[in-house]
Design a protein around this ligand. Structure first.
Ligand SMILES: Nc1ncnc2c1ncn2[C@@H]1O[C@H](COP(=O)(O)OP(=O)(O)OP(=O)(O)O)[C@@H](O)[C@H]1O
Ligand SMILES: [Mg+2]
Length: 283
C-alpha cells in the first residue's frame, strides 16, 4: 500500500494557553500534487503547514508522514522528504556565502562531495544565482535573498516543497519567475504546497486549493471549484478574482449563457464571446 505523503487527521492545535489555531483539520497531500493553501491573516495556514514536517505537533489528532506519526521522529528526520521555506526566512543572513547557505540543508542530510556540489550548482543555476554564489546573503537585496532561500530548499531535492508566502514583497514579474522555477520542479514530480494571498497565482499553478477560515478547512477541491465559490471566499475574508466577479456581473446583467467558473483572462474572453452569441466568427 502506498501512503499519502502527508496525512492530517482531525488535528487541533493551540499555542500555549491561546485559543485553538487549528480546529479539527483533516487533509492529505499526495505525491506530485500542487496544492494552494488560501485564507486571510490568522486563519491558521502557517500553523497547519508546520505540522506537515513535525515542526509543530498536534494537541489532538495526528499527522502521518508516509504513514509514520510525526510524534515518533525528530523534526530533522523529515528533511529528506519535506523541505519548508518559512514565511520569514531569517537564518540565511548568518551564512558566509550564498553557496554555503544553499549547501546547509543537504549537508545536514548527510549529502557530501560531488553529489552536494551537483545539488547546489543545480539549485543556483535554476535561480540564476551563479554570479552571486560567493557573496554573503546578508549583503543581498530582498528579491535576491528570497531566491537564495528558494535555492536552499530546492537543494534538499525533497518529495514535497512547502512554500509559505514565498512571493511576498516581490514584484509581479519576479513572483512569476520565482514560481516558474517551482513549476519546473513540479513537472519533475515534486509535490508543492503553496501558501499565498495571490489567487491569480493559485489559479495559474495549483490544481487543488484548500481554503482556511478561523482554524478550519472550509473548502478543499479543484482550484477552479474553490475559487468559483464567491460567497465562501467572501466569508473567509478573501475576494474572488476580478475575472470571476465580472463573469457573475455579466450573468446578473442578463447574459444568461455566461459561464462563471473562469479563472484566467483568456478563458473569460472565450466564454464571453461564446455567450454573447456566435464567438469569433459571429459578428
Ligand atoms: N508563535 C505564536 N504564538 C502564539 N500565537 C500564535 C503564534 N503563531 C500564530 N499564532 C496565532 O495562531 C493563529 C493562526 O496563525 P497563523 O500564523 O497560522 O495564521 P496564517 O493564516 O499563517 O496568517 P498570515 O496570513 O498572517 O501568515 C492566529 O490567531 C495567530 O495569532
Ligand atoms: Mg502565515
Amino acid at each position: 500500500m502506498t501512503f499519502p505523503l502527508v496525512s492530517v487527521e482531525e488535528v487541533w492545535f493551540r499555542y500555549d494557553d491561546g485559543p485553538p489555531a487549528l480546529r479539527g483539520v483533516s487533509l492529505e497531500i499526495r505525491r506530485g500534487e500542487w496544492v494552494a493553501i488560501l485564507g486571510c491573516n490568522g486563519s491558521g495556514k502557517s500553523t497547519l503547514v508546520k505540522h506537515f514536517n513535525g515542526l509543530l505537533k498536534p494537541w489532538r489528532g495526528r499527522v502521518l508522514v508516509e504513514g509514520v506519526d510525526t510524534r515518533r521522529r525528530q523534526v530533522g528526520e523529515w528533511a529528506r522528504l519535506i523541505a519548508y521555506l518559512p514565511q520569514h526566512p531569517d537564518r540565511i543572513i548568518f551564512s558566509a556565502s550564498v553557496r554555503e547557505e544553499v549547501a546547509f540543508a543537504p549537508r545536514l542530510q548527510g549529502v557530501s562531495g560531488v553529489e552536494l556540489e551537483r545539488r547546489v550548482d543545480t539549485a543556483l543555476e535554476a535561480l540564476g544565482l551563479q554570479d552571486s554564489a560567493e557573496l554573503p546573503p546578508a549583503a543581498l537585496g530582498h528579491g535576491l535573498r528570497r531566491k537564495v532561500a528558494l535555492a536552499a530548499v530546492l537543494a534538499q531535492e525533497p518529495a514535497l516543497l512547502i512554500l509559505d508566502e514565498p512571493t511576498n514583497g516581490l514584484d509581479a514579474g519576479s513572483a512569476r519567475d520565482f514560481l516558474e522555477v517551482v513549476a519546473q520542479r513540479h513537472r519533475q514530480g515534486t509535490a508543492v504546497v503553496l501558501i499565498t494571498h495571490d489567487l491569480e497565482l493559485a489559479a495559474q499553478y495549483a490544481g487543488r486549493a484548500v481554503l482556511m477560515q478561523a482554524g478550519e478547512v472550509v473548502a478543499d477541491g479543484p482550484t477552479r471549484t474553490v475559487l468559483g465559490e464567491a460567497a465562501l471566499l467572501r466569508k473567509a475574508g478573501l475576494e474572488s478574482l476580478p475575472v470571476t466577479e465580472t463573469a457573475h456581473a455579466l450573468r446578473e446583467a442578463g447574459l444568461a449563457g455566461m459561464r462563471t467558473d473562469l479563472l484566467l483572462p483568456e478563458e473569460f474572453a472565450e466564454a464571453y464571446l461564446a455567450a454573447a452569441g456566435g464567438g469569433r466568427d459571429g459578428r
